[in-house]
Design a binder for this molecule. Structure first.
Ligand code: GLN
Length: 202
């Protein structure tokens, strides 16, 4: 059986996410077919979705304009897995503290954009993540942090005492970029843990 994954491709690390989910799937004996999403009509056929980083203001504008936003909401309402990274996390929040980001409210968290400031704009850190045995090499690039966290949200990782990875139902959001290292354990956690997406791990 082939897992149909979609990477929202209006901006960001599209091919890196595609490779990461393919790698994670292969480790489970699952073939993954990846479609790039720039228009409406493709998301409904996807078992799994990835929402990359980029500029949350731009991604917000485009997913709403192209009619992709309601399809992402329906995907999550159907209980299908979604991994959102960095600007993707910002877009899924309930409040990005920025009027230019029309959030999708799929993660009950508020976020602060570019929260690590200019000094530590981009950095890599070994991050303890719930569900992973060893620290994950987390690459932060002008990353947000999570502010308030709703009661249905599980904090999977913190850095400097601030949440940087969260899970709510089928949705995982990370402030960092798991697609930028060869380590695909976050994609594994999002899509193949507990036999997600209706695909059995052979
Ligand atoms: N700084 C970007 C924003 O606020 C996010 C950066 C990223 O996705 N790497 O939208």
């Amino acid at each position: 059986m082939t897992l149909q994954a979609g990477v929202v491709a209006v901006q960001g690390d599209v091919s890196e996410h595609a490779e990461a989910i393919e790698r994670a799937g292969a480790a489970h004996g699952t073939e993954t077919s990846v479609v790039e999403i720039r228009e409406s009509g493709l998301v409904p056929d996807c078992d799994a979705l990835l929402l990359p980083g980029g500029e949350s203001t731009t991604i917000s504008r485009l997913v709403h304009r192209e009619g992709i936003a309601p399809e992402i909401e329906a995907h999550v309402a159907a209980g299908k897995p979604l991994l959102a990274t960095c600007a993707g996390l910002i877009l899924l929040s309930t409040d990005a503290n920025d009027d230019r980001v029309d959030t999708l409210d799929l993660l009950d968290v508020t976020v602060e954009r570019n929260a690590f400031g200019r000094q530590r704009d981009s950095f890599e850190a070994p991050l303890d993540v719930i569900g992973l045995d060893d620290p994950f090499p987390a690459v932060f690039i002008r990353a947000p942090v999570v502010g308030s966290v709703g009661e249905d949200v599980e904090v999977l990782a913190t850095w400097d005492d601030r949440p940087v990875a969260v899970r709510q139902g089928p949705v995982i959001g990370t402030a960092f970029h798991p697609e930028l290292t060869p380590d695909s354990r976050i994609h594994d956690l999002a899509f193949f843990d507990d036999v997600k997406a209706g695909v059995s791990s052979v």
